[in-house]
Structures are given as C-alpha cells and as structure tokens.
Design a protein around this ligand. Sequence first.
Ligand code: ZN
Length: 309
Amino acid sequence: MTTLFLTHAACLEHDTPEGHPERADRLRAIHKALSAEQFAPLVRDESPRGALEHISLCHTDHHIVEMRHLSPSSGIVYVDGDTSMSPGTFEAALRGVGGSTRGVDAVMKGEAHNVFVSTRPPGHHAEITKPMGFCFFDNAAIAARYAQRQYGIGRAAVVDFDVHHGNGTQDIFWGDRSVMYCSTHQMPLFPGTGSAGERGEHDNIVNAPLASEDGSEKFREAFDTLILPQLERFSPELIVISAGFDAHYRDPLASLNLKAEDFAWVTKRLMEVADKTAGGRIVSVLEGGYDLQGLMESVAAHVGALMEA
Ligand SMILES: [Zn+2]
C-alpha cells in the first residue's frame, strides 16, 4: 500500500528570529532524511493551500481574520512571547492546513493507506481563539473535523506524542464526544496543561503525563496500559497523529529521552489500532522536533513504519 508524503516550499518561508528552534532547517533536514533510497517508494505531492472555511471548523473567524491582519509585509511581528509572523507565515500556515485536508482526502478516497504531512509552522498549541507556542492553526484538529464534515466519519481520534501537551487540540475537542484526544507529554513543561485529571466533558481526553528522564519504558507503558486500550474501545474511523519528535533524547527543549526506535514502535502500535477500527487510515502531521539529527532519525523511523502498512 501507499504512503503519501506532502510538503510545500512555502513552508520554508515562515521566518523566525535568529536562534529560534522552530526554523526552516527542520524541514530541510526531514527532506534530506527522506531522500534516502529506502524512501523511494513514497508518493510525493505538494501540500495545497488550505481553505479558510476548513480552518473555521476549529477556530473562530475572529482568530483567522486576526492572523491575516497581523501578517507583516516585512520584518517579524510577535503574536506571543515565542510565536512570531514573517511575511511568509500566513501562506506557510495555510499549506499546513491544506496538507491536513489533502491527507484526509487521500486516505478517505483510498488513494493512499496513510500520509505524512511535513509542514511548518506546527499546530497543536493553537487554541480556538488564539495562536500560541509557535502555532497558528491546529492542523491535526482540522484534519479530524474535516474528515467528519466531508466524509461523514463518526468518530475520529488525534494521538499526540509530541513532548509538549497539545493544549490547543484539547481546547478544541474538550466538549466534543465524537473526537478522542490522547497525549503523552513531559510534565512539568510548557504549556502546563495535560494532567491526567483533565479528561474532557465526555471522558474523551486521555492525558498521560510523563516525567523528565522517563525514557522508552515509561513511554511505551503509557501507551500500552492507558492510551491504546481506550483508543481501541473508542474505535476511531480515522487516526490523526500529532507527530512531534521533541521527545528524542537529543532535543534541546525537553528531556524525555526517547530514541528513534520508540517512534517506530508507537507508529506501529497506532497502525494496529487503525487496521482494526479505521481501515488502516492514518494522517500524520508534523509538530515539534528541534534537534536536526534527532529529527532526521525520528522521522525516518516514523515514516519507515508507516510504509510497512
Ligand atoms: Zn513540542
């Protein structure tokens, strides 16, 4: 079966301040890693520009208008302490949204078994009404809602193994029983949300916080004992992955100490659930991952696993 890889050159044009960890070189590193011989079977395509009406499935119109309004014609403007916009940011963010919806189209139409969307800026910290933590629009959440609206999917899941908690995704689905959000993340760490007691209005949120230095064993245990059983019971018809690779031991922003093979492992476990309940359909979107070597190894492990479908 086919794994589709989506990206767009516009995502290199979201400029962040000198020394900022979320930088265009991240995508260049990923594309270099995926140029290796073993990834030749990937079907590669450009991420289209996402539609504003699809962003509004998860965000207020005010937020969307504000982002366009704040978009500078030159230089860089800050929208919070560590999140900024350059002239290319809005277009880059739209390509992330378009990658999500195009990815959903591909798996729903049977064009691909699964999809990896390599775009930036990331999305999972963007809340319903505001940008946050390098993020503007929540690509993973938009993928889930778009699948529901466009294809009549009843239950969708977003599984987030980025080392930070996806407060934005949790915010969007807090009162929505039709979407399960599951997350492993280091705690305490930015953004501060994601305790096990935060379960949503319908027990549809599964937070599995981990401690600094917890490593592979605790990470896998969290999936095996907490996330995967609840996910399987929920029986999603589509799994969206918020694929952040900043839990890798080399990453400068966290210290969860995972290895590349842990990302292959979790990907395969999620594929097993997807095979049982979702016809194998997985749309994986890039979130964090800030050490270039760690990112290359981790994405290669993740995409390599997806290709084994
Ligand atoms: Zn992160």
